[in-house]
Design a protein around this ligand. Structure first.
Ligand code: SF4
Length: 404
């Protein structure tokens, strides 16, 4: 059976963080979701969950020959969903897909939206990996970027999750925050590592145009490019000394705890995304659900209505636009996604997939990048050097065919 990963998009957050340009809507400023009774579910959220379930079920027949090896609830803030919603979605997936017994099932959580009851529910319905968005262990830094939680709220969520037996937890950390020095960042990094989570993601803040933080950028001192690189180097060094290995540019794991779901993206595996704006790629056909909520609703209704047709239709048939990736586009993606991983790309696999040797296609580019000290390799594999990681966007761009 072929493998499939499922991504479920939950486009709601309690409140927008000041730096965020992800597709998510603030649902209810001022409401404490932890104490929300199951009977007082937000109408907007529950009708969205029903829509999601409809989408998941209406295309399941197309995936009859696939085994689902991972499910990822991302957002937005999936933990904003009221009690019963995540298990309801998992029930539908379990009933209509071949869900592997050992599937990795992750949910992203914002510390202030977590409760013991929700964590129990996650455990019961099969969630076996938690990803907690902490970003910083410093309350002033958290307030500056508009996070709704403080460090204590994170600690409570983390301790509860451990007490309930969750044995695979990721913590998200951010570097290059406004007003942050290298020493400040190091304190957060050490605090997080001391908790010994199985996985740590550490990304630098990107100032996105149109966000409140961008508009207000003159009010802060942001770390310089050199400080940002110093924070990155420090992350690798310090986490290595704590038993983590870097397996992707910004991701660190203890042995056996690399995120299987994210590796599917970097390895160009098959994934189906559900929810507004969610991307899918199955057998080299790529499409996205409409990002606008109204259009997304129409899209799901039309899929559900035509689900009973006798002619077999692919989920991508309903998408506003779908892209059938050419062989060249597949090669480009193989290189620039594969090189994000520290294990790099494999020459033998490239030949098998594309019927051509990597050297024939990219020989000149590879020779130049190796000579510049940005790429290295042995035994049929190629990967980024430390210097290559520092300029990874430049390196990846060299593999685009209009540059070759
Ligand atoms: S919790 Fe995440 S998705 Fe939601 S607003 Fe903050 S950064 Fe954006």
């Amino acid at each position: 059976m072929r493998e499939l990963s499922i991504y479920i998009h939950i486009p709601f957050c309690v409140r927008k963080c000041l730096y965020c340009d992800f597709l998510s809507f603030p649902v209810c400023d001022g409401i404490n979701y932890v104490n929300q009774s199951p009977h007082a579910k937000n109408e907007r959220i529950s009708s969205y969950v029903n829509l999601l379930k409809k989408e998941i079920c209406s295309v399941s027949a197309q995936y009859e020959e696939y085994r689902v090896v991972s499910v990822f609830f991302g957002g937005g803030t999936p933990s904003v969903l009221p009690l019963g919603a995540v298990s309801g979605i998992m029930e539908r997936i379990g009933a209509s897909y071949h869900l592997a017994k050992d599937a990795e099932i992750t949910i992203e959580m914002n510390p202030d939206t977590v409760s013991e009851d929700k964590l129990r529910e996650y455990g019961v319905c099969g969630v076996n990996r938690l990803s907690i968005g902490l970003q910083s262990a410093d309350d002033e830094e958290l307030a500056r970027i508009g996070r709704i939680h403080d460090y204590r709220a994170f600690e409570r969520a983390y301790e509860t999750a451990r007490r309930l037996g969750f044995g695979n937890i990721n913590i998200d950390l951010m570097a290059a925050l406004p007003g942050q020095s290298v020493a400040d960042y190091e304190r957060s990094l050490r605090t997080v590592a001391a908790l010994s989570p199985e996985h740590i993601s550490a990304y630098s803040l990107t100032l996105e145009e149109g966000t409140p933080l961008y508009e207000n950028r003159e009010s802060y001192r942001f770390p310089t490019e050199e400080e940002d690189r110093e924070m990155y180097a420090l992350t690798g060094r310090y986490l290595a000394s704590c038993g983590y290995h870097r397996y992707e540019i910004s991701n660190y794991a203890k042995d056996g705890y690399e995120c299987r779901h994210n590796k599917v993206y970097w390895r160009r595996g098959n994934y189906a995304g559900f929810g507004p704006g969610a991307a899918s790629m199955v057998e080299n056909v790529r499409w996205s659900d409409p990002a606008d909520m109204g259009q997304y609703r129409d899209y799901v209704q039309s899929m559900a209505a035509r689900g009973g047709e006798e002619t077999k239709r692919e989920p991508s048939d309903f998408a506003p636009e779908r892209q059938i990736l050419t062989r060249q586009e597949q090669m480009e993606e193989y290189m620039f996604l594969g090189l994000r991983m520290m294990c790099g790309v494999d020459e033998g696999e490239f030949s098998l997939l594309f019927g051509a040797r990597m050297e024939q296609v990219y020989g000149t580019v590879i020779d130049k990048l190796c000579a510049d000290g940005l790429l290295t390799g042995e035994r049929g594999r190629l990967w980024l050097t430390e210097r290559g990681i520092d300029v990874s966007n430049y390196v990846m761009a060299q593999f685009l065919f209009d540059r070759v």
